[in-house]
Design a protein around this ligand. Structure first.
Ligand SMILES: C[S@@+](CC[C@H](N)C(=O)[O-])C[C@H]1O[C@@H](n2cnc3c(N)ncnc32)[C@H](O)[C@@H]1O
Length: 248
């Protein structure tokens, strides 16, 4: 059973997620990698509300979206091109019988794996889902940038007007820093009816060497670590290759 943050699993919060998440320029470099790696079959692991897959729909690609949060997948399935995607409710254990050329983990979903065991299991299942020479691309925040120091009420507070929902007041506060773990809480005030919902999260900030080792231990070849173009100096974008398909 995967423990899920309210912001992904509560239907009321999942419905406003994209509106609060902005224009998603962060996904453009990933969409471009589909052409860069000449991939025709793509898995988005931890796809959430399916933004990346929605951008890739209509291009005659085989698209698979996997996420354990039903409320987020429900939102994903309302989007343009959702019919072009095979949606799988679940996590790494549900990555069975896939054979894709490119797998993504975007939006820092790779940081939700708090234990070595769960992260290595996810990497193993992703490896098994990739064709020989297939690519795995994922992003994580660079711990040395200490991005969580910006997650204060003063710096994150805003009011967002959402059609058919009304105004949402939201802010984030860090509740604990015990590196490599950072815990934080989002508060959402639905001004229309005064409802106040909270979502608590913990992310693991792994350093480059830790991630490099986990990739090598699961059989991947680490090809490159890029900067995220829209957040230079804040994120690592790892690009790894599954070298063979012998380990299922
Ligand atoms: C920050 S969101 C990112 C969603 C999406 N990748 C994006 O860029 O919009 C993190 C996602 O990870 C998913 N998630 C949480 N635990 C997971 C797990 N154990 N396996 C796969 N996905 C998980 C959540 O449900 C959520 O949709």
């Amino acid at each position: 059973m995967i423990a899920l943050d309210e912001e992904f699993s509560n239907p009321r919060l999942a419905r406003i997620y994209d509106h609060l998440d902005g224009d998603r320029d962060d996904l453009k470099p990933y969409a471009a990698m589909v052409d860069e790696f000449h991939a025709r079959s793509i898995l988005d692991f931890g796809c959430g509300t399916g933004e990346l897959l929605s951008q890739l729909a209509g291009r005659n690609l085989k698209l698979i979206g996997v996420d354990p949060a039903k409320a987020s997948l429900d939102v994903a399935q309302t989007k343009n091109g959702a019919g072009d995607v095979d949606w799988i409710l679940g996590g790494a254990a549900e990555l069975n019988g896939l054979d894709v050329e490119l797998a993504f983990i975007t939006g820092n979903a790779a940081q939700v794996f708090l234990t070595d065991e769960s992260w290595l299991f996810a990497l193993q299942r992703l490896y098994a889902s990739l064709r020989a020479s297939g690519h795995l691309v994922f992003e994580v925040r660079d711990p040395s940038a200490r991005g969580w120091t910006e997650w204060t009420r003063a710096k994150t507070h805003r009011v967002t007007a959402i059609e058919k929902v009304g105004e949402i007041e939201s802010w984030c506060e860090v509740t604990d820093v015990s590196l490599p773990y950072v815990s934080f809480e989002w508060t959402y005030v639905f001004r229309e009816d005064g409802a106040v919902l909270n979502s608590r999260s913990t992310l693991r900030f792994r350093d480059k060497e830790d991630i490099r080792k986990s990739l090598v231990d699961t059989g991947f070849e680490l090809l490159e670590i890029r900067d995220a173009p829209d957040r230079p100096g804040e994120e690592f974008v790892f690009i790894a290759m599954a070298t063979s398909r012998d380990r299922e």
